[in-house]
Write a protein that binds this ligand. Sequence first.
Ligand code: SAM
Length: 279
Amino acid sequence: VVYFLPFFFPGDFDELTQDNNDILLKTIAEDLRNCLPLETMLSSEHLALQKIQQQPEPTVHVDAFLYDEDFIDSLCEQGKMSRNYCMVCGSHQTAPLGFISHSFSLLELKFIYHHVLPDLSGKVLVDVGSRLGTVLYGGYLYSSASQLFGVELNGDFCQLQDVIIKKYQFTDRIKVLHADICTQGSLLQNADVTVMNNVFEYFLNETEQARAWDYISHNVRKQGSLLVTVPSLEDSLSGLQVNIQLSSWVEEIPLNYDVYPEKDIDREALEQIHLYQVL
Ligand SMILES: C[S@@+](CC[C@H](N)C(=O)[O-])C[C@H]1O[C@@H](n2cnc3c(N)ncnc32)[C@H](O)[C@@H]1O
């Protein structure tokens, strides 16, 4: 049988695969939404829940991988979510609620794998605090990394990641470890890419954060390896009692945040993403 595809070019094929990967990630998000509460936080996350309540402005956790802007709009229309809080009880004065997310959005994942990181063929990536597994699934679909390791402290989230990894047959390249990252020295020493999306701030007290950063700075040492962080290392370490000399550990690689000019995107979120190379 001969098929004639007169308008089909290699570029279109790439687009087509990209679209399929986006659809697959959206299907994974739907699976996860179906087995997690709307606030996507577990009752076992005492400290993280407490820290959200202690924010200077009323803040809610809305997971950016599970709920994109359109989804939030439709939940607001159904009265299941609100973007505002009442400033004076009973009045109509309202102010925008603060939103925080403990996961990367689909767009942030695409930005990281398409525009931040180089070709990862044969490389090992470690996601510190892999939670729902978004960095791992994104890495499986959007990169050629040979191995993607997630390390997660919370056992319930590890089980959830395992369910998704098996269901979508990602077992050949993804592995999740239920552990404190501070026990995973050799994994960190061998990583070509280490990803750290606001791992410690909401989940550990300040002494534990300082200890964990100390461990990271002693073990993420492979020369030339890459470290992706949110927020910047300077911001993450400020206010903590650590003695880490950034200038002798890493060099920041500037990123171009203008890669999606035509899209209505949350540029501020992209600007929180930083890339470093280990010296
Ligand atoms: C903000 S989430 C990051 C989620 C995921 N990496 C992403 O970008 O979508 C941080 C996760 O780190 C985990 N975590 C905090 N401290 C940890 C530690 N010492 N070792 C392993 N995981 C940790 C938390 O349980 C939480 O699920």
